[in-house]
Design a protein around this ligand. Structure first.
Ligand code: HEM
Length: 454
């Protein structure tokens, strides 16, 4: 192993290190630090050192080749994350994680999730049927409600309005708490009985009650109701054992929260980008007319909806919902020619790497066409990684891509969404990459599809 000369990085404040600059403008700060210091950048927040990896090969070495030397970063073991996700797929480690992943994987098999395509289209149609010509809506809010409905239906086979309202208000509360985690006082938020933490505790309790209620009902009635919960309930390990109620609760909560907000963001940013690029939108409508001829999209259409797929890919490149994630070394190991000491946290930022001109021509430009070009075929594997990679790759990536393309196709056939002018649409890098003040858009009904339901 090479003996480490540690990587270089921006100097920062004597005590707080790089925190003040980071807090002021995280995305700008990271982009500048990368431009200045290159593939490996050392940052310090008080006494915590973090290395940022910007080279796809180095990212691959952490996520794939040397993945056994790393676990999820420190945050994931804090009471806040544990309270929400318990020991679910996102936060668990080692043999326990591997067993759970094996049990859950079949629920995401292509054939199984294909059935959910109908739910996705139906709910998108129902939502757009409630919209009125020329009204203004916050598309981020709309997409959150839509993906939440889809998540509840596909997870629990429940579509009662009452449940949707309850889950929506609770999940908004939890997502609000994620925002607090980005504050410099996050340790306080984690360990002290602040008012926000007490509210958070109550929210978790209510969600738990809801989920445990569904689990117990399902255990009594048995059978496969076609949803993800049925798959998890019936999943059996090699030794015949099944998940306990607590394990089921942790997995269901993880799928519910990890799945719906990220997909809503992918769609929200897509509507924003389309409104700014009318030529891309026109080409999309051309594809929808040719492939669908005015009917609702189906899962079988997905291979034909190539441009719609490229639009989502390109939107995930420019606005990756999981804009940052990381790992912590459990033992000394070598990455990028440096000796990474045990305990060191390394981070990767899809936001930064996806905008690297070494891999993407005119990286700041929204150009879905690039995904059909030759250059993308030679793209290093980890130059584009909105769903991460290696053993911990997002289990819901096919589900999310299917949902995003089907919802895009369904709604774009019915409405043109125009950005309300003079609106500052700003990416806000909290746990996920949110639009800070929402994305207000005016709905314009498309003539040609006025005969479609909705
Ligand atoms: C556009 C939408 C989505 C994005 C961008 C996204 C992104 C990610 C990323 C980057 C990771 C890995 C983080 C890491 O390596 O530390 C991840 C993990 C995960 N995602 Fe997603 N995700 C999306 C949708 C979904 C959906 C729809 C579901 C479930 C229905 C889901 C469930 C999960 C789970 C359970 C994990 C943990 C997997 C494991 O560690 O074994 N995600 N996601």
């Amino acid at each position: 192993m090479s003996t480490a000369i540690r990587p270089d990085g921006p100097k920062g404040h004597l005590i707080r290190g790089n925190l003040p600059e980071y807090i002021k403008d995280p995305l700008g700060f990271l982009m500048n630090a990368t431009r200045q210091f290159g593939d490996v950048v050392r940052l310090r927040f008080f006494n915590i050192q973090v290395w940022v990896l910007n080279n796809p090969e180095h990212i691959e070495s952490v996520l794939v080749t040397n993945n056994r030397c790393f676990i999820k970063p420190l945050d994931f073991r804090m009471p806040f994350f544990r309270g929400i996700f318990g020991n679910g797929l996102l936060t668990s480690e080692g043999d326990f994680w591997l067993r759970q992943r094996r049990l859950a994987q079949p629920a995401f098999h292509k054939n199984r999730i294909a059935d959910y395509g109908r739910v996705m289209v139906k709910f998108a149609e129902q939502m757009s049927a409630t919209w009125q010509q020329a009204e203004t809506r916050d598309m981020h809010r709309e997409m959150m409600i839509l993906t939440l409905r889809i998540a509840i239906k596909t997870l629990f086979n429940v579509d009662a309005d009452r449940d949707v309202e309850l889950m929506s208000s609770l999940s908004n509360e939890l997502i609000g708490m994620f925002e607090l985690q980005e504050s410099p006082l996050w340790l306080v938020h984690n360990y002290l009985p602040t008012r926000a933490n007490r509210r958070f505790g109550r929210g978790i309790k209510q969600l738990d009650q809801y989920i445990y209620g569904i689990i117990s009902e399902r255990r009594q009635n048995g059978g496969d109701t076609g949803d993800l919960l049925s798959m998890l309930l019936n999943a059996q390990d090699e030794d015949g054992s099944r998940m306990t109620d607590k394990q089921l609760r942790d997995e269901v909560m993880t799928l519910f929260l990890a799945g719906h907000e990220t997909t809503a963001l992918a769609l929200s940013w897509t509507w924003y980008l389309l409104s700014e690029h009318p030529q891309v939108e026109a080409k999309l409508i051309g594809e929808l007319n040719t492939v669908l001829g005015g009917r609702s999209p189906r899962v079988e259409d997905l291979p034909e909806l190539r441009y719609a797929d490229a639009i989502i890919k390109e939107s995930l490149r420019l606005y990756p919902p999981a804009w940052a994630f990381g790992r912590q070394a459990t033992q000394a190991c070598e990455v990028a020619g440096y000796s990474v000491p045990k305990g060191r946290q390394v981070f990767f930022f899809p936001w930064v790497v996806h905008r690297d001109p070494r891999f993407f021509d005119d990286p700041e430009q929204f150009r879905p066409e690039r995904w059909a070009g030759e250059k993308m075929k030679q793209l290093p594997r980890y130059a584009y990684f909105p769903f991460s990679g290696g053993p911990r790759v997002c289990i819901g990536n096919s589900f999310a891509m299917m949902e995003a393309v089907l919802v895009l196709a369904t709604i774009a056939q019915r409405y043109r969404l125009k950005l309300v002018p003079d609106q500052a649409v700003k990416p806000w890098p909290v746990f996920t990459l949110m639009p800070r003040h929402g994305i207000k858009m005016v709905l314009e009904k498309r003539e040609i599809h006025s005969t479609l339901s909705g």
